[in-house]
Ligand binder design. Structure first.
Ligand code: 5RP
Length: 219
């Protein structure tokens, strides 16, 4: 099976967690498969809170109502992809640049089900460059601080987030203490948020795999 088929398999398996109400929906190619699956049960749900303009477009194309988080309160379920996960279900996210809204929707949700192909499971986070969303005027300042934290930040040139900010992708990290690093980066002046999801990691990780989906739960 190719990588996209494994992503689709994980997305289909996540449908079993949908019980109705309003669903939090992430961003990315794996989530696009999930949105397509969600459309098959749209009569059972009230709508979705979206984490990006791209997901909003796809949800609306399927006729799934997109609701404002401010109007719906806490959510029972959030489904999103990841760029990497360790076995504690701490994640690196933000490859698609939607990390801030993703972190907001994850924080508002009781259960976070992460869907990915099995290549995303790693022993140590950091081989995938860590995205950091930054207020544009602070780009160089934040980059210098990230170097002091041991990384090599690279400006994602030409990319503007849905919030009007820029992304620094931090290469060369071996993240042994994800919660500590998440706090350190989020405390830098000018950082909106970093793509580490450790303080609020996933509760369930569904991995598309050759022998069928594998599910890991946060212990
Ligand atoms: C977007 C994300 C995505 O979840 C992550 O990049 C994984 O994407 P894909 O499902 O396309 O592999 O964090 O900001």
């Amino acid at each position: 099976m190719d990588q996209d088929a494994l992503k689709k398999q994980a997305a289909e398996a996540a449908l079993q967690y949908v019980e109705g109400g309003v669903i939090g929906v992430g961003t990315g190619s794996t989530v696009n498969h999930f949105i397509d699956c969600l459309a098959t049960v749209k009569a059972r749900i009230e709508g979705a809170v979206s984490s990006s303009e791209a997901s909003t477009v796809r949800l609306k194309q399927h006729g799934i109502p997109v609701l404002d988080l401010n109007a719906v309160g806490d959510l029972a379920l959030y489904v999103d992809g990841a760029d990497e996960s360790n076995r504690s279900l701490s994640l690196i996210k933000g490859g698609g640049g939607a990390l801030t809204r993703e972190k907001i929707v994850a924080a508002a949700s009781e259960r976070f089900v992460c869907i990915a192909d099995e290549s995303k499971l790693v022993d140590v986070l950091g081989a995938f460059p860590l995205p950091v969303e930054v207020i544009p005027m602070a780009r160089s300042l934040v980059a210098r601080q990230l170097v002091k934290l041991g990384g090599t930040p690279v400006w994602r040139e030409g990319f503007v987030t849905d919030n009007g900010n820029v992304i620094l992708d931090v290469q060369g990290l071996q993240i042994m203490e994800p919660m500590k690093l998440e706090q350190q980066i989020n405390n830098l002046a000018g950082v909106v948020t970093c793509g580490l999801f450790a303080l609020r990691g996933a509760d369930v990780l569904i991995l598309g795999a050759e022998g069928g989906p594998r599910t890991l739960e946060r212990s």
